[in-house]
Design a protein around this ligand. Sequence first.
Ligand code: ATP
Length: 229
Amino acid sequence: MSLHVDSIRKHFKFRQVLNDIFISCKQGEVIGLLGRNGSGKSTLLKIIFGSLAAENRFVAIDDIRTNGLFQNKGLIGYLPQESFLPGHIKIKSIVNLYCGPHQAAILFEHDMVKPFLAKKSRELSGGERRMIEVLIMIYSTARYLLFDEPFNGISPMHIEKIKTLIQQNTVKKGFIITDHDYTNVIAISSRVILLHEGAIKKIGGLNDLVDLGYLPDKYAIELEKNTFT
Ligand SMILES: Nc1ncnc2c1ncn2[C@@H]1O[C@H](COP(=O)(O)OP(=O)(O)OP(=O)(O)O)[C@@H](O)[C@H]1O
């Protein structure tokens, strides 16, 4: 069971943003995707999901090639960087829209969702909205989830709960997660990769992130005390 992404190429005007990108994600894995601002992380996730066209794109789920949004339906879920909840609809209805009855019933009782069920999304704070979106995606039917900045605006206590939920849900799902909160991404990732100058680099330790210019030098010694390999 795997999501297989290969040969992705994309340019905007004269800039080649993605150059023959390869990523695989098995059910049970969390892939941490890091990269500097503008390195192409969101572009890559949109192309994998099928909402953005590319010059070249190969995506296969469990060895079956998918050609875009409609073939991905129910298989790949995408949490965009910007909020996607319709502002005028109650959270309870949105949960019903995205989740099956069994998963919706779990969310209705979840302490991070229950207090907001009767509210409309526009009545929530930015962090509350993000929290709901992330939970809806985790409990959606999709088997592979692409998360673009899931921790943005969320307080540390809730980030911990979300990390636990992601890890619990890897039993049946695979995740590709990008967020500038790299310590929390690294903490839950089975593998970490860096999008650098249009290519994917495998990251074996925190020093690689310094060497490739993602983390400043001053972090090297302190961060090497932690390890994610
Ligand atoms: N529609 C577009 N037209 C032209 N250039 C674009 C377009 N979308 C993205 N780009 C450019 O492609 C590059 C990659 O953008 P992308 O949003 O994928 O980066 P990112 O790694 O997600 O960045 P960030 O971490 O800041 O969110 C950027 O230089 C951006 O300016």
